[in-house]
Design a protein around this ligand. Structure first.
Ligand code: FPP
Length: 237
């Protein structure tokens, strides 16, 4: 792998925890627990490699439709993750950002993520974005509404709205667009993840289930990305 031209922003849809649990005749919560182990390794590696931004899809606005037991298991894993990892992440200079509607999270989880964001606010290493209660359309609608309010209040002119102005209203304001999106488990869907930010992203769909996704698989995806010929709609000269 060439450490010179790594993607600036890697986004990952961590899919396959349920199937992994089923395959091992375990309860679904064990699948998510195993998924957290993978997530820990991938975050550490991204930070060590010097990747600018890593975004992980942890909980979508649709995931509330899962059974109360599974939602509770995910929420409890989330809380435990922040409690156990925050010291190491802070030490590694990682800046945590939550993408999504934090107001819709249970009190304890909301407090934990807000405190993690505040504690790491001035860190300058890996930008670690965790999408929680996140929906891509909801993010775009929220941005449009905010711009409409600014125009209504005379703080902005409609013809001043361009890509940059719009991007600044998204949860990812100030971060680079996604260069590489990885979805594990063989599914080939975006499921609303970072719709705007993925406009020119390269996609990798490894068949591996998320709990089985190793650093070797991650390196392989990064190497494949480096072989891609990105033209952004232009033509190679
Ligand atoms: C998809 O697998 C995975 C999720 C919906 C949750 C991902 C969450 C974690 C890995 C842990 C929680 C996050 C943090 C930040 C601690 P699936 O259950 O949809 O798999 P399936 O398609 O095989 O059923």
């Amino acid at each position: 792998m060439n450490s010179e031209c790594l993607p600036k922003h890697v986004a990952i849809i961590m899919d396959g925890n349920g199937r992994w649990a089923q395959k091992h005749s375990l309860q679904i919560a064990k699948g998510h627990q195993a998924g957290v182990e993978t997530l820990r390794d991938i975050i550490r590696e991204s930070s060590d490699l010097g990747i600018n931004t890593l975004s992980l899809y942890a909980f979508s606005t649709e995931n509330w439709r899962r059974s109360p037991m599974e939602v509770a298991a995910l929420m409890s894993l989330l809380l435990r993750y922040f409690e156990s990892e925050i010291d190491e992440l802070d030490e590694k200079n990682v800046r945590i950002r939550i993408l999504g509607d934090k107001q819709g999270l249970p009190d304890l989880q909301r407090a934990a993520v807000i405190s993690a964001e505040e504690r790491t606010r001035n860190n300058t290493g890996l930008n670690l974005c965790i999408a929680l209660n996140y929906g891509g359309r909801q993010e775009i609608v929220r941005a449009a509404r905010s711009l409409a309010e600014q125009v209504r209040d005379g703080r902005l002119k409609a013809d001043e709205i361009d890509d940059d102005v719009f991007s600044r209203e998204l949860y990812t304001a100030g971060l680079p667009d996604v260069d590489l999106l990885i979805r594990t488990s063989g599914e080939q869907r975006l499921s609303g993840f970072l719709l705007w930010q993925c406009a020119y992203a390269e996609f990798e769909f490894p068949a591996t289930l998320w709990p089985d996704f190793t650093l070797d698989h991650y390196h392989e995806a990064l190497e494949l990305y480096q072989k891609r010929d990105r033209r952004f709609g232009g033509r190679k000269t």
